[in-house]
Design a protein. Structure first.
Length: 365
């Protein structure tokens, strides 16, 4: 999938932009706070129907403006044009359309335009709670498996309903409780199997890329942890119902899954330097790219690289430059404050490229 052009109106600090894009490399240069990340977020929004950074859509609209609008035209693998449009007025729901036809459910759009974003905020995958790492698995799997989105939605609904029963002062209806527990168990075990298969395939890709960037200096591992590994999920959920009633929420289930990040045999969070942490999350995201390429009908995902060279030594920067300069990647968007990094990438790459300069929300060639 190639993004040919994009129109942006009132998206964060970008008041208006109409850009023709390179099918290979698009570089955005500018100081911090000028709008480079906001531009990448607009592209992300057209893939996922939401911002990578703001969960509240009304906060995306430029201050004192009544609406925002995004529109992108893509070349798909069959040589056809896909038009994707999103618009929202303050105080109303957003409208998302593919080829002028509005979606009934936004989840129907996920996976049409596979995309991987690598950004400084990815360090939260290491430093943050398990929710961040579950989200990482969910975002990738959802892009190639619609049944996963359905099961995740059904699981979360059942979890919400069971938690509501657990919070009741009077004794809850046991038949209703068992109904939601069965829903959690059946959908939860399906999600577990999908996540385990994803991790099993991702690990060798991730380790290979990490070794390339680090120069074989460190051994890293991923370890998936789930309550499903203890036995049938329904038994595990029901076993501690009394404890769950005491705390008022469900202590067991796939909503507590985690993906452990290890440097050698120790947690990355405790052992890793800033450079090692950054290398870890970059390698993880590039491995996801390769995984998505294999699973999304061999569609090349868009790759967004936001300020990825900060806190890395020269050797690791050079290794990443060589990696992304290969034919393995399709259309790439890169932001940086330093023109030198981008020049190195362009020297190593063959094919078309475009350089944009970003200042106070204005994007110019």
């Amino acid at each position: 999938m190639i993004l040919k052009n994009i129109s942006i109106i009132n998206f964060k600090n970008i008041k208006s932009a109409n850009l023709e894009l390179s099918p290979k490399i698009n570089c955005l240069i500018g100081h911090n706070g000028m709008g480079k990340t906001n531009f990448l977020d607009a592209i992300y929004y057209l893939s996922f129907c939401r911002s990578a950074y703001n969960s509240i859509d009304s906060q995306i609209i430029t201050h004192d403006e009544p609406f925002f609008m995004l529109e992108g035209n893509y070349d798909n693998d069959k040589g056809e044009i896909e038009n994707v449009y999103c618009g929202m007025k303050r105080g109303t729901k957003k409208h998302f359309k593919r080829n002028k036809k509005e979606y009934k459910r936004l989840s129907q759009h996920i996976g049409l335009i596979p995309l991987i974003l690598v950004s400084p905020s990815d360090v939260s995958l290491i430093e943050g709670g398990s929710e961040e790492r579950r989200k990482l698995m969910d975002v990738v799997i959802s892009q190639y498996d619609y049944s996963y989105i359905e099961a995740l939605s059904n699981y979360n609904k059942a979890l919400q309903q069971r938690n509501a029963l657990l919070k009741m002062e009077e004794e809850p209806d046991i038949t209703l409780m068992e109904l939601w527990e069965q829903q959690m168990a059946s959908n939860g075990e399906f999600l577990y199997q999908k996540r385990q298969a994803f991790v099993d395939e991702l690990v060798p890709l991730f380790q290979q890329i990490y070794q390339q960037i680090s120069g074989d200096k460190e051994l890293v591992r991923l370890h998936y942890v789930s309550h499903c590994q203890r036995g049938p999920l329904l038994d595990i959920i029901q076993r501690d119902r009394f404890k769950d009633r005491a705390v008022g929420y469900s202590l067991h289930g796939v909503h507590r899954d985690d993906l452990e990040f290890l440097l050698g045999d120790y947690p990355m969070k405790r052992e890793g330097s800033q450079g090692q942490n950054k290398t870890f999350v970059i390698a993880l995201k590039l491995a996801q790219f390769t995984f998505l390429q294999r699973t999304s009908s061999n569609t090349l995902p868009l790759l967004l690289l936001d300020d990825i060279f900060d806190k890395l030594d020269a050797q690791r920067v050079e290794a990443i430059v060589k990696l992304v300069a290969g034919d393995h990647f399709g259309q790439i968007f890169i932001t940086d404050t330093n023109r030198d990094h981008l020049d190195k990438i362009l020297q190593n790459m063959q094919g078309d490229h475009t350089i944009f300069y970003v200042e106070n929300g204005e994007i110019i060639k």
